[in-house]
Design a protein around this ligand. Structure first.
Ligand code: GLC
Length: 720
């Protein structure tokens, strides 16, 4: 659709102004003069400027010859985390535990308001990559291992961010990233080469991005990674053939941070900036994040006749069209009021989101919810750690790492939440840290608390345990063991965490483990030996209140794992959608199954599935019904999961694949019939010719409580 206003503007722009419009400059308050110089040159965007700085940059941009407004972007990944007074929601992986698309949309909407109130127009979120190799540092930023769940949650949060109309004051642009298959790097090595094929890319990794486009996402960010040696940033097949020609994507594409220069320095694909700028522009990248050498290099390439100016025009057109859809020409500066940032309503939403994201994985003899407790000891390095609860991409580490930054109130750590709960119930409360996670653990004031010798602290914790009825042990990882450039070769627990657990267990007291970590680790030695195991990943600002409420039975946990836990690092990959054909179906030194599987999670009641019925209607739609009964003695929320298997297919297909889920609430003894309806394309595969087809033949439909076979009922059906 031709936008004549934009065409007229484009016709007025010089080559220099066009190339500058493609630049996204990184803003830092101590280099404001440099930033204003780039504004004068006509830079089109900045990242990491917000509040007064954002307004100042925008006002300067309106003073330039053509007065084209800036589009300002920021990493608002689970809340407007760069602003330390913003509301911090659970991380994406934690939010994914709720399987709650309505909640994801609400979190997106609240985040958009806080970002827009700071005069920022665009968030580099959601991550739609899949977390399938847990050694990778950025698993915590994903919605987990499954493309269907990631696509559903991604589309929901995009709708939340972008609101009803992109030009609304409190709408911000979302960004589908990192396109594509960034998490599939060999060995879980961040930004490394992948060995996937285009067929597998279409089959496994493209669907969440398709759903993002269907949800109207306005921007894409390319991945640092590469497919069989071709960086995605220079892949015309990825960025033009598939994204533009096939998927009809009409937003713009931004590279990841400095990706253009990495073509020279890291991937050694280009000998100079000219080649890098030309390859990047011709492959279909519209905006260039922070590789500012692109400016002179691209201008030189066009003048030397090596780069067609029409390529630059296309990029600038895509950017200007999106600025127009955001209403930036009419309203470059918005006045929503900073009161939205960190407001009470959003704090309540963060708490609600945290409650729905808690996953109860074991609960022997119904240890939880706690009853008749006289004394409670909260022990462990992540029990009183706002840093551990926040995961990545908050003011502790973005846009720059301020290592000794104190936590900004309000927040509630697990220790604080349980202390308050004990006070309310007249339960004797004690706390001891006991040990560290890394050699640089920091407390909530930002000070390093790891000591060369923690024997005394360790013994104090054991002593406290001995004088208590129940022990809550909080452990996991720390931000400096995860995130970009922080992959792990060993997912066993670091420090003396396991040793401390064993000492606590040896006291003979009831021990409840609370896993607070950016991603799954090898926790079998703890989960096999505790009375209850609670997984909370990075629950955000009020995780302590949510966990305490669940532990004392104020509500029942409803979370289900969006990602499997391996028994050992070497068992990876443990994603449930595994392939048949493995001789022996397991390693000889660990059991076949992962420690915990995708879709797992307990409540305070039990559910039974029966009477599955599958009916094929005119060979086009498959209708399925199943009865679900609450067989326990309290109300519960059940996430009914639907998987399928293609029993004979022209290429090897997974033993099962998620294609639908519904959350239902059942009171004690209540039974409901749950219905699902699927079109034929739900049962499709990508064949050897990279065509998405549903092949005729026999299929199995599974419905149940998790991806584990003994949690599922099934029925076969045939498509002609
Ligand atoms: C980073 C990340 C990307 C982020 C961008 C801007 O390197 O890969 O997810 O949005 O740069 O901070």
């Amino acid at each position: 659709m031709i936008n004549s206003k934009i065409e007229q503007l484009l016709a007025k722009m010089t080559l220099e102004e066009k190339v500058a419009q493609m630049l996204q400059v990184s803003f830092s308050p101590d280099k404001k003069e440099d930033a204003l110089e780039w504004v004068k040159k006509g830079a089109g965007s900045f990242l990491s400027a917000w509040g007064d700085n954002a307004v100042e940059l925008q006002k300067a941009a309106l003073e330039t010859r053509l007065g084209i407004p800036l589009i300002l972007g920021i990493d608002a990944i689970h809340g407007h985390g760069c602003n330390d007074h913003s509301t911090i929601f659970p991380s994406q992986l934690t939010m994914a535990c709720s399987w709650d698309t309505d909640m994801a949309e609400k979190v997106g909407r609240a985040t958009a308001k806080e970002v827009a109130a700071d005069n920022v127009h665009w968030t580099f979120s959601p991550v739609l990559c899949l977390g399938r190799d847990l050694r990778w540092g950025r698993v915590g930023e994903t919605f987990g291992e499954d493309a269907y769940l990631a696509g559903e949650l991604g589309a929901a949060i995009i709708k939340g961010y972008q609101g009803k109309n992109l030009s609304d004051d409190d709408a911000i642009l979302a960004c589908a990233k990192h396109y594509i298959a960034y998490g599939e790097a060999i060995g879980g090595r961040d930004a490394y080469d992948t060995s996937i094929t285009w067929r597998k890319l279409r089959d496994v990794f493209l669907p969440p991005f398709k759903k993002a486009i269907d949800a109207g996402v306005g921007s894409f960010m390319t991945s640092y990674g590469s497919i069989d040696g071709t960086p995605f940033t220079t892949s015309k097949k990825a960025l033009i053939e598939i994204l533009r020609d096939e998927l009809k994507y009409d937003g713009f594409v931004v590279t990841d941070w400095n990706t253009v220069n990495y073509l020279l320095w890291r991937q050694h694909l280009c000998a100079n900036h000219g080649d890098a700028s030309r390859l990047t522009a011709e492959a279909g990248n519209d905006m260039i994040m922070t590789s500012l050498e692109f400016y002179n290099a691209a201008i030189e390439e066009v003048k030397a006749g090596r780069l067609d100016e029409a390529v630059i025009d296309t990029a600038v057109r895509n950017i200007l069209n999106m600025k127009d859809r955001l209403g930036l020409f009419e309203k470059p500066i918005r006045h929503l009021g900073r009161g939205l940032i960190g407001c009470e309503e959003h704090h309540k939403l963060s708490l609600e989101s945290a409650k729905g994201s808690i996953v109860l994985l074991t609960n022997n003899n119904n240890t939880l919810p706690l009853r008749e407790v006289k004394s409670l000891a909260v022990i462990g390095p992540n029990a009183d750690s706002v840093r551990a609860q926040y995961g990545d991409w908050t003011y502790f580490s973005q846009p720059v790492l301020i290592a000794d930054r104190p936590g900004i109130r309000p927040y509630v750590t697990l220790k604080e939440g349980l202390e308050e709960a004990c006070q309310k119930r007249g339960i004797k409360f004690g706390y001891a840290r006991g040990c560290s996670v890394t050699d640089k653990d920091r407390d909530n004031e930002g000070q390093i608390i790891t000591k060369p010798d923690e024997t005394e602290e360790f013994n104090e914790a054991v002593k406290l345990a001995k004088s208590s009825d129940v022990i809550i042990y909080a452990f996991g990882d720390r931000k400096d063991q995860a995130g970009e450039n922080h992959d792990r070769a060993n997912l066993e627990l670091s420090g003396r965490q396991l040793e401390l657990f064993k000492a606590l267990k040896a006291t003979g007291k009831t021990v409840i483990a609370v896993f607070i970590s950016t991603k799954p680790l090898c926790v079998k030695k703890i989960s096999d030996n505790v009375d209850a195991f609670v997984c909370d990943f990075s629950g955000g600002q009020f995780a302590g209140t949510a966990l305490a409420g669940m532990i004392f039975g104020e509500f029942a946990p409803k979370g289900r794992l969006p990602i499997g836990f391996p028994i050992t690092t070497g068992q990876l990959p443990v994603y449930y959608a595994s392939f048949p054909g493995w001789h022996g179906d397991r390693h000889c030194d660990v059991p076949a199954e992962p420690l915990f599987a995708f879709g797992e999670g307990l409540g305070y009641t039990t559910f039974e599935y029966s009477d599955i019925n599958v009916e094929v209607k005119n060979n086009e739609t498959v209708k399925a019904t199943v009865k679900v009964k609450n067989t326990g003695d309290s109300e519960g929320i059940e996430t009914v999961q639907v998987y399928f298997r293609d029993l004979v297919s022209s290429i090897i297909t997974p033993v099962k694949r998620l294609i639908g889920f519904k959350q239902i609430t059942l009171s004690k003894g209540e039974e409901k019939t749950v219905e699902f309806e699927f079109g034929k394309d739900s049962f499709s595969l990508v064949n050897v010719n990279e065509e998405t087809v549903t092949e005729p033949g026999e299929f199995t439909l599974f419905i149940g409580h998790s991806s584990k076979n003994n949690d599922l009922v099934s029925a076969n059906f045939t498509l002609k």
